[in-house]
Structure formats: C-alpha cells, structure tokens
Design a protein around this ligand. Structure first.
Ligand code: PHE
Length: 350
C-alpha cells in the first residue's frame, strides 16, 4: 500500500473512532487542519520539479478528496445515530390507554346551598353574601346582644387582628349580622320614598355562608355553614314564618307529610323566639324531632338598628344549618366527613 492510501486509511479509521461530533472535528484537524497531515504533504511539494509536482499534486488531491468523503460520511452517520436516539427517547406508545379526565362535582353542602337558594328564590327571596370577618357591632351589638353574653367570650368566638379594643374584629359566629347589613342597605335605597310618606318594599332575603365558633366534635366543626333568612314588612308575622318554613322543609326534603314544631327559645335579637324542629313520618329518622333552625320575630331594638321604626315595621328571622340539613338529607352521621376532603366520600354525591 502506498503512503497516500495508508493516509486515507488512517483518516478513515480515526474518523470511525470518533464517537461524537466534537471528537470528529478534532480528528479532522489532524488530517485536514492548518498543520494537518494532508496540508504538510502539500507543503512538501514545494521542493519538487514542475513535472513531478503535477503528478504528486493530483495524487495528493485524490487522497484529500477521499479523506473529505470519509469525513462527510462519518458526520452523516453520527447525525443519523443522534436522531435515532432522540426519536427513541421521544417515542409515543400509542397503544397506552389514555389519561382520563376526572369528573368533578359540587360539594354536598354546596348542593344543599343551591337547593336552599332555589327554593327561597321561588318564594321571592333575594340571596345576599357578606363578610366572614365581622365587627363586634354587626355580629353582636346591633343584634341586641349584651356585653356580658357568653357568646362574646374568647372561649366561644375567634377574635382576629385588625379591630380596636373597643370594636374588635372576629370571625362571624352566625349569619345574623347579614340581617343588619342587608336591611341597612335596603332602607338606604328606599329612604327617600319613606321620607315622602311612602311604604318601604318588603325586605325578603336569605344570606348563606360560612360561620365560625370554638367548637369541635362529631356534630360541631369550628367552621360550619348557616343560612340566615329575613322578612320585614308592615304586617309580617309568625304565621308567615310558619308557612314559609314549612313549605321550605317539605320541598327541601321532598316530603309532604313532614311536620314542624316551634319550640319556645331565646335569642337576644328575636322576641318571641323559637327553635324549629322537624319530624319525618317515614324513613329511617321517622318519629324523631330534629332541630333544624333558630327563629323568631325580629326584636324592636334590631329593627331600630336597621334604620326602621319598630312601630311601623315588623317581621321575622331564622337561621338554619345547611350542614345539618345535608346530614339529614343523605343520612350522614359525622359532620367532619364533609370537611376532610376525602374523595371516596365526596364522590358519592355526584
Ligand atoms: N343566629 C342564631 C344562631 O346562630 C339563629 C337565629 C337566627 C335565631 C335568626 C333567630 C333568628 O343560633
């Protein structure tokens, strides 16, 4: 084998050994670079006579072309291999089963709230939302609750930062502050009409939402839901409360023979006051009295704090527990299940 063929062989071997494009460029430099072996051969021709130069030059050129061809082939081979690896890494297995999108749904308590809103909505009640961080005024004072009432103690109520000592902020302990907030707005809207001797359109509203108390066991959670109801007009009375609430309960539980009982009770903001108990005539809970709401005729002091004259305006309020209603409706006996976030439980309501 002559010297030039040996050189082509050496280059081809060296290119074949290069495992990466960078190695290949280094190998190329050894043969075709500025001081590479082919270049050295070219330089060596300077000393030859003219006729020998021609022959030798042509031979070197052939060798150089062969080396360049080997380089190009190896470059292509490395690029092909890399592409092959990438294709393998990114390959999609189209035979794998698809990822299924989970079906979401409303929380059982949300389902109850929607139901409550729909039923009272059909009876002409507006739906109002209010803040969960309340002032002492709206939560207690405006609702005729005296300074020394136990509900105001630290043991029962979560006080939070942001208020003053005289007017602390707290997490609302019930939705009743919405009675005042909503009524004050409503009265303001119709003040001019009343000043001109007109009669205020009735207040008819429910206010569902989260409420908070220092309380925790199977039937009490520190965060729970309430739904307030308020109906104020010139001649709204206990009979109306009884009709409306009976209608609501029978519709909610889809039970026409459901019976209600108004049991005398006490709340600072209603007088007289009553707990509302219900009794199913059929089903697993039949025959038992189950407490579902507090209620009463709105106290004159509260009517006054709404900006109305209690000689002219009267009505009733109630506060019910949507969590309790949900437990009764679905036969759930531990309130905490609603707030644990366990999908095995929650998915049963979809
Ligand atoms: N706010 C009372 C409670 O949380 C319920 C209630 C509301 C009672 C409205 C009377 C009128 O127990």
């Amino acid at each position: 084998m002559n010297e030039l063929d040996a050189l082509v062989d050496a280059a081809t071997g060296s290119f074949a050994q290069a495992a990466t494009p960078a190695d290949l460029e280094n190998a190329k430099a050894q043969f075709l670079g500025k001081s590479g072996r082919v270049t050295e051969l070219m330089k060596g021709m300077a000393a030859l006579p003219v006729d020998e130069k021609k022959v030798r030059g042509a031979a070197i050129n052939l060798a150089k072309q062969a080396i360049e061809a080997a380089l190009t082939a190896r470059r292509q081979a490395l690029a092909d291999a890399e592409l092959q690896l990438q294709l393998q890494a990114e390959a999609l297995d189209v035979s794998l089963p698809g990822r299924q999108r989970q079906q979401g749904g409303l929380h059982p308590v949300s389902l109850t709230l929607e139901r409550i809103e729909a039923i009272f909505g059909s009876m002409g009640f507006d739906v109002a939302q209010g803040p969960e961080i309340e002032t002492d005024w709206f939560n207690f004072t405006a609702l005729n609750t005296p300074e020394d009432h136990p509900a105001r103690s630290m043991h029962d109520t979560f006080y939070v930062e942001g208020g003053t000592e005289a007017a602390p902020n707290l997490l609302r302990t019930h939705t009743s502050p919405m009675q005042i907030r909503y009524a004050v707005q409503h009265v303001k809207q119709h003040r001019a009409l009343m000043d001109a001797g007109g009669v205020m359109p009735e207040i008819r509203v429910i206010a569902p939402g989260r409420t908070y108390r220092v309380d925790s066991d199977a039937t009490h959670s520190p965060m729970f839901h309430q739904c307030e109801g308020l109906w104020i007009g010139q001649n709204v009375n206990f009979k109306d409360l009884k009709v409306v609430f009976t209608d609501f309960c029978r519709t909610f539980f889809e039970s026409n023979d459901l019976v209600l009982r108004f049991r005398p009770s006490f709340f600072p903001f209603t007088e007289p006051s009553a707990e509302i108990d219900i009794q199913f005539q059929t089903g697993p809970l039949a025959g038992r009295w189950l407490e579902v709401a507090g209620s009463g005729q709105v106290h004159p002091n509260v009517v006054r704090n709404m900006g109305l004259d209690p000689e002219n305006y009267i009505g009733f309020a109630f506060g019910m527990g949507p969590d309790r209603l949900t437990m009764l409706r679905y036969g759930v006996n531990d309130l905490r299940l609603f707030f644990d976030g366990d999908l095995r439980f929650l998915s049963q309501f979809q």
